[in-house]
Design a protein around this ligand. Structure first.
Ligand SMILES: *Cc1c(COP(=O)(O)O)cnc(C)c1O
Length: 378
């Protein structure tokens, strides 16, 4: 059996045929950018995010950049060049690019010893007089810690930006309040890159804001600062096209089912592998399970394990090969200080296939192959 790391729902019949018809209708309409499909998508995303105003943009990376600029963080958004943003080091590079692109400074924070995400204490310890904002990344789909971070930011008068690229569909609760990922911060950046929980067939992203004024700023920024004959500010070309919006509107019909299916597969993996000598991801409540990332004892064991799975036809991938502070391009912003837990994670993490399009037979096949690969000794 051959199992890729990811298989898009839109590629399978009869969905592909249905989508082809919808796309043909968009092509015939002659409206290709920021039209009715995009408007409908913004309304539907807004409903998913408890009524927050949403703005469709070109990609998740641009959504992050526009989030910081719209909130006035960093010199490019009318803030200060010395504004600091606390952010995890164990995440995707776009997070740091956005902070720097907005004209602010990233301050990298380590992961917790037993988790991929930093804890509140990690952010608290990194807090300094120049700290303006925290970037919370729901890595792999895990919304854990959002309520606590939101309360901390409120008390400390810091802005909270959520990167929900991997955790759209997740739900967080502190026992009193509950809310979807993307509704805890001042702004949330979404990505619809094909492998995300809500995927397009190309690049696309969106923003959601607590304050509609920030949403208006993002609406200007995505289209060259233009409104009603005036360029009110200098902006970007970060417009979503109608074809992607059309696909995303269709994907939203299946979104609740797909998140439920991801959770069911994760639950199956967690119970089937509980006795194996690999570390399973934390079973956080409300997890969206965009990726299922296990930890091996070390790089050598990971290599052997991945090779055994590859021999069984199962694709795996390392997220992430290095924490951000270890990349040459970002070292000037960090120096040589160790963030040891993130460095350990980079040497032992491995993502296994988990997506709604896996059928039961494939899931059982993966379960058996992982059991054999982990049990044969490293
Ligand atoms: C995918 C991703 C992004 C960037 O989204 P794009 O749509 O690929 O630009 C940002 N942050 C995280 C955590 C991501 O996983």
């Amino acid at each position: 059996m051959k199992i890729p790391l990811f298989r898009p729902a839109a590629s399978a019949e009869p969905m592909a045929t249905r989508l082809a018809q919808a796309l043909a209708a968009v092509l015939r309409s002659g409206t290709y950018i920021l039209g009715p499909q995009v408007q409908a998508l913004e309304a539907r995303l807004s409903a998913l995010l408890h009524g927050r105003e949403t703005v469709a943009v070109g990609s998740g990376s641009e959504a992050l950049l526009l989030a910081f600029k719209s909130l006035g963080i960093g010199s490019a958004g009318g803030g200060d060049a010395l504004d600091e943003v606390l952010m995890p080091t164990y995440t995707f590079v776009a997070c740091a690019e956005a902070v720097l692109g907005a004209g602010a400074r990233p301050v990298f924070v380590d992961s917790a010893p037993d988790d991929f995400l930093p804890t509140l204490a990690h952010f608290r310890n990194a807090r300094a007089p120049r700290t303006r904002a925290i970037l919370a990344v729901g890595l792999f789909g895990d919304p854990n810690g959002l309520p606590e971070l939101a309360a901390y930011c409120r008390d400390e008068k810091l802005l909270l930006v959520e990167d929900v690229a991997q955790c759209l569909g997740a739900r967080a609760s502190d026992g009193i309040a509950a809310g979807n990922a993307g509704t805890w911060g001042d702004a949330a950046a979404m990505s619809f890159y094909p492998t995300k929980t809500l995927g397009a067939a190309g690049d696309a992203g969106a923003l959601a804001f607590r304050d509609p004024l920030h949403a208006s700023k993002a609406r200007l920024l995505r289209n060259h600062g233009y409104h009603d004959g005036q360029h009110h500010c200098l902006g970007h070309n970060s417009r979503m096209d109608e074809l992607q919006a059309c696909l995303l509107n269709a994907a939203l019909d299946d979104f609740p089912d797909h998140i439920a299916r991801r959770r069911a597969i994760a639950a199956r993996y967690l119970s089937a592998w509980a006795d194996l000598p690999i570390r399973l991801p934390p079973d956080s409540p409300g997890h969206a399970w965009n990726y299922f990332v296990v930890r091996l004892p070390g790089p050598r064991e990971r290599e052997t394990f991945a090779a055994r799975l590859a021999a069984s036809g199962i694709a795996t991938r390392i997220y992430y090969e290095q924490p951000l502070h270890r990349h040459e391009a970002l070292q000037p912003w960090h120096g040589n200080g160790a963030l040891p837990h993130s460095e350990t994670l980079a040497g032992c993490s491995l993502a296994l296939p988990l997506y709604p399009m896996l059928d039961d037979e494939e899931i059982e096949y993966i379960i058996g192959a992982v059991r054999r690969a982990a049990a044969t000794g490293a």
